[in-house]
Design a binder for this molecule. Structure first.
Ligand SMILES: *Cc1c(COP(=O)(O)O)cnc(C)c1O
Length: 383
């Protein structure tokens, strides 16, 4: 992965937002907290910044770093991931149609269903990673967005992005990819033909569980891009400057964090595959995972730290495992340096198709032996 200008994405990430200060030589960029920007003698805006709700230099620096990492025309940051997804689906025209995977970040379903109802567009929900279902679901001239998530929460199904892009484009639709679990250090969705890639920046991009944010990176600076940017200004859903600064700090270690988490997760997955209290380990890095072959092609910088354990036992026993860990933290979210575990059904509710005995684990960068010992101890609690 080398960019046209010769710098590898690894180097771009390591110096995310770097702009040596001409006044004082500071290596680390400041946080621009100003809510408003002064006009010059010609009554012009010297750097194009008008007001904090429209744009901010610190936010713009983080967006530029993400756009470079993704090979995008531009990226736009929002205060949360859901605000970014909401802005995108607000652009679906009345009478239009979108295709969503059944397995995806659970909160997307009510968000997009609500928008579909109020704005008057239709939704088809399909099995993820099923190209035939994808082909059958798009309607030429009507489908606006084919949305995929890869790896998909919380089964970590892998969707072939290039194939999905072909299906979307054959119907005149765009392909939007939720790549939260596969940041650009491992997958550059736009290179595989996606039109827009989304990340919850709360997760791997930041990596320290100390901010919420979302980003949309666009292949082209087209009408859709303009529409999303306008909506962000109208809603006031832009990321705040301090969060953008923290995000840049986090992104500088994206590659090494993701590599370490991937290495840990693979060893962890291999250890518990075949454990007598584990029915199945869902991890795209395992050859037994049904998406493994596509993951090898598509996740070139590691399979990530996200995996799920299907406990051999009841939902009650799975919850007991999740509450018996000593090192892993029983909390939601993912992609941080600290390992988190959660009984996913508790979060998603009774309507969710997620098995009651599924534990979602976000493997961090601790020593893997400690993580393995922690899980062994927790599984021993159910005998
Ligand atoms: C967390 C998450 C989101 C939502 O992002 P927020 O920052 O929590 O609003 C969307 N998609 C995926 C895959 C996520 O993990």
């Amino acid at each position: 992965m080398t960019k046209k200008n010769g710098l590898s994405p690894r180097s771009i990430a390591a110096q995310a937002g770097r702009r040596p200060d001409e006044e004082n030589g500071a290596v680390v960029p400041p946080v621009h907290v100003s809510a408003t920007f002064q006009r010059d003698a010609n009554y012009e805006l010297p750097a194009g910044f008008l007001y904090g709700r429209c744009g901010n230099p610190t936010v713009a620096a983080a967006e530029e770093a993400i756009a470079r990492l993704e090979g995008a025309h531009a990226a736009r940051l929002f205060g949360t991931g859901m605000a970014a997804i909401a802005a995108l689906f607000e652009t679906v025209p009345c009478g239009g149609h979108v295709v969503l995977p059944q397995v995806m970040y659970f909160a997307n379903h009510p968000l997009i269903a609500g928008l579909a109802e109020s704005r008057g567009f239709e939704i088809s929900v399909i099995a993820p990673a099923d190209p035939d279902a994808g082909k059958a679901s798009v309607v030429p001239g009507k489908t606006d967005i084919l949305w995929i998530e890869t790896p998909a929460n919380p089964t970590w199904d892998i969707v072939d992005i290039a194939q999905a892009a072909e299906i979307a484009h054959s119907a005149g639709a765009i392909l939007g990819v939720d790549g939260t679990a596969a940041p650009p250090c491992t997958t550059r969705a736009l290179d595989f033909g996606a039109d827009i890639v989304f990340h919850s920046a709360t997760k791997y991009l930041n990596g320290h569980s100390d901010l919420t944010g979302g980003v949309l990176a666009f292949r082209e600076g087209n009408d859709r891009f303009e529409a999303v940017e306008t909506l962000r200004t109208r809603f006031g859903s832009i990321m705040a400057p301090f969060e953008a600064w923290l995000l840049m700090r986090g992104m500088r270690t994206l590659f090494i964090r993701y590599e370490k988490a991937s290495e840990n997760a693979l060893a962890f997955a291999q250890t518990f595959e075949g454990h007598r209290r584990v029915e199945e380990v869902l991890y795209p890095g395992l050859p037994s995972h049904k998406g493994h072959q596509i993951a090898v092609k598509q996740m070139t910088g590691g399979f990530g730290g996200m995996l799920s354990l299907i406990v051999k036992g009841s939902g009650e026993e799975a919850r007991k495992v999740a509450s018996s860990v000593q090192l892993m933290i029983p909390a939601t979210s993912l992609g941080g340096v600290e390992s988190l575990i959660e009984h996913r059904k508790t979060i998603e509710g009774d309507d969710s198709p997620i098995p009651d005995n599924l534990l979602r684990i976000s493997i961090g960068i601790e020593h893997v032996d400690d993580l393995i010992a922690d899980m062994r101890g927790a599984l021993a609690q159910i005998g």
